[in-house]
Design a protein around this ligand. Structure first.
Ligand code: ATP
Ligand code: MG
Length: 247
């Protein structure tokens, strides 16, 4: 019960950050990947977690959505400890991850993909209306199989499916992968609008450029640790040094 209520606390103005990760250690079996990660996402904030291949960005997201159980440290949502909470419970509580790659059902049409999100009782007409209002391009392709959509359209559909669950925290893992810069810019404009409507968003990207326009805060991750957190413009400059190994 305590877990399910944290989404609603958003409306009654609880002060704690939506997501707070404190000294998080996690990995895969005996392989340690995260070595004491600290990050905080405030309500309605867009937080960009940046860093090179293998830094531990995806592992951080997987741990935050319950797919990986931390070995130590804390994951707090609205001040409540969530360590060890199963992913389905977190999902119902408003935590939503769009993982790396396009998370749509390729053999189902756009509409069927949207319908898949309504089996827990959400109204299909509302889900469809919301998706097509946010991304009119999807409406024109409603009967097309998702696997034949362009990469950008697939990400639009993935975002539409995500917002149909009315999440409190949306986590996006490399939304920009394989997409043209202009498409990425359009997608992140939409993401910015979602944040303005009160959603908290944690974005993982390798490069800062694509998220600069939309992020409120950015952090650099390297070797399983957060190296620096701050203003996205400043972090973008530091990121180059992180890639070149100059610290
Ligand atoms: N399932 C797994 N089993 C074992 N090790 C893994 C597994 N997934 C990831 N790793 C390792 O954990 C480390 C961090 O990986 P992670 O996917 O979190 O990096 P990342 O920052 O998301 O990188 P990228 O930008 O390439 O997606 C890497 O060294 C990777 O090899
Ligand atoms: Mg990754």
């Amino acid at each position: 019960m305590a877990i399910q209520t944290f989404v609603h606390e958003q409306q009654i103005g609880v002060e704690q950050p939506l997501l707070e990760i404190v000294n998080l250690h996690a990995g895969y079996g005996i392989i340690d990947v995260l070595h004491g990660v600290d990050l905080t996402v405030e309500r309605g904030q867009v937080f960009a977690l940046l860093g090179p291949n293998g830094a531990g960005k995806s592992t951080t997201l997987k741990t935050a959505c319950g797919q990986i159980v931390p070995t130590s440290g804390s994951i707090l949502m609205s001040g409540k400890e969530m360590n060890g909470t199963p992913p389905d419970v977190l999902s119902r509580a408003g935590v939503c991850l769009i993982p790396e790659g396009h998370s749509v059902f390729p053999n189902l049409t756009v509409e069927e993909n949207l319908r898949m999100n309504t089996y827990s009782g959400t109204n299909f007409d509302e889900v469809r209306e919301r998706a097509y209002t946010q991304f009119p391009q999807l409406k024109e392709r409603s009967k097309q199989r998702a696997g034949t959509l362009s990469g950008g359209e697939q990400q639009m559909l993935a975002l539409s499916r995500a917002i149909s669950t009315d999440p409190a925290l949306l986590m996006l893992d490399e939304l920009s992968i394989g997409l043209a810069p202009i498409i990425v810019e359009e997608l992140y404009e939409q993401v910015g609008q979602l944040a303005k409507s009160g959603l908290s968003i944690l974005i993982v990207e390798q490069f800062a450029q694509s998220v600069l326009g939309v992020a409120d805060v950015a952090a650099i991750m390297l070797h399983g640790k957060i190296l620096k957190t701050g203003d996205p413009e400043n972090i973008a400059e530091e990121l180059t040094s992180a890639y070149l190994g100059i610290q």
